[in-house]
Unconditional design. Sequence first.
Length: 589
Amino acid sequence: MDIFGVLQLVGGLCLFLFGMETMGDGLTRASGSKLESILESLTSNIFRGVLLGAVVTAVIQSSSATTVMMVGFVNSGIMKLGQVIPVIMGANIGTTATAWLLSLTGLEGSNVFVQLLKPMSFSPVLAAIGIVFIMFLKSEKKANIGYVLVGFATLMYGMDIMSSAVEPLKDVPEFVSILTMFENPVLGVAAGAIVTAAIQSSSASVGILQALCLTGSLTYASVIPIIMGQNIGTCVTAVLSSIGANKNAKRVAAVHLSFNLIGTVLFLIAFYGFDAIIGFSFMHEAAGPENIALVHSIFNISVTLVLLPFYKQLEKLATIIVKDSVEPEKKPKDGTLTILDERFMETPAVAVAQARTAAHKMAELSRTSIVEAVKLLNTWEDDKFDYVKLLESKIDRYEDAIGAYIVKLSRLDLGNADSKELSMILHNIGDLERISDHAKNIAETAQELHTKGLAFSGDALAELKVYTDAVNEVVDLAVESFINSDIETAMNVEPLEEVIDVIHSEVKTRHVKRLQSGKCTIELGFVLTDLGTNLERVADHCSNLAVCTIETQRDEFDMHHYIKSVKKYDTDHFTERVHNYETKYTLPL
């Protein structure tokens, strides 16, 4: 092979790897939230775990990425070690899908149908369709499909270029002798493991092996141990990902490695044992791309079937390999925030879902803080006061952690829907944090009343009851609309906020009258003013949450324009809702 042949081989390899990466990214983005839904459906049923592991890996075209996600889930406490073992086994099966796609390059025959099945016959058509989807159709979903098609066509062209580049090598004795060396199982396993570890993709290394097979110089005796080694080499990614994780996450990587090592040893012992007794006649026959795909599938399926009943023992083995620390690990201050694991950024759709989950938890905490703070106005409890302060501190941490995570995540190549959702979350966590601040202020107002032995008049208490009930409902509506992305619920917030503004103004007016008539003291007046201001500000932040939800779902983002237009152009609808809330929250005479 001359220098031009080497350049052709390198170029083909680069196109192949780039095509595989593009296709995998397109598939991941196209699956989007569906991928998260699949992962969320994991249960203690080991067979479903295997199936889902295979499906997810076939979708994202990477068993390494699936395993890294499992490391992240266990590190975050979302899943237990025992749950992810079947998923890892399934991932090994799912990764064989790529080999079967690539095996189409080895199809031979003059029949027109066989020719149509060859990738070089239909890849140009797929590439053309993909380019149209990407460049001319204004649809993110179609663009993602376009990237999948273009990626597939690119990797197939790369495969074809590699095959053409190595074809002359079949007549080079030195090249053939090197490949013959891999008939030694130890050398074959080592070669497969090293190459796969270097490129961190068993699918890619299998594709390279399939390209070499097209020279006709690789025999079954050579490819079988290489394929075994490829399954070991792919564990490197998970091992690297587990660095810095907790002990259970490290055990996920240990399970992945031990599963593939044990499977390889058992398969090699059984296979070469039978070969020694029976003498397989095909061992020195040339293996084609489809034969490699078949061997790859047989190995992974058979190893899974053999070891699946022993998944509990694999879990125990992992605990032996990664022992408990002498000093117990410190528990995180808040378990929910551990789901914001940077390992999930390997699969952005999952990382976005984790940010969403954390933001929803933050919204629930903000709602709880208001409910508990309002209760303190009626019944003072020291523990409840401390709880409201604790919630405010926790929500501050949520805002910092979620904000930092989203900033890092936004630097990745995200789809429009994911980018839009992250923008909404980033905008809303500020309002959620401010709601908790006002809850703390309300609790401190209740503390002042309790400490100084102050008490509002019966009229003031009745008015505050209406006021706080309205605020509790507006918080409920805003939080529910945010969590469920529910426009209909969100559209109830602004009318209620309008009514709360009226209540706030009326309560102040009535307070002034009571002050003038001597029914209220100046000190209680200051307290009531602070309390009313905080309640009214809570409603304002709820309005921001709801409008953000509405505008994001409508793919717009002009909050002031929305508030003006909803009052000006949606008069009947808006007025009707305002009237309903005015009836519901009428201050006592």
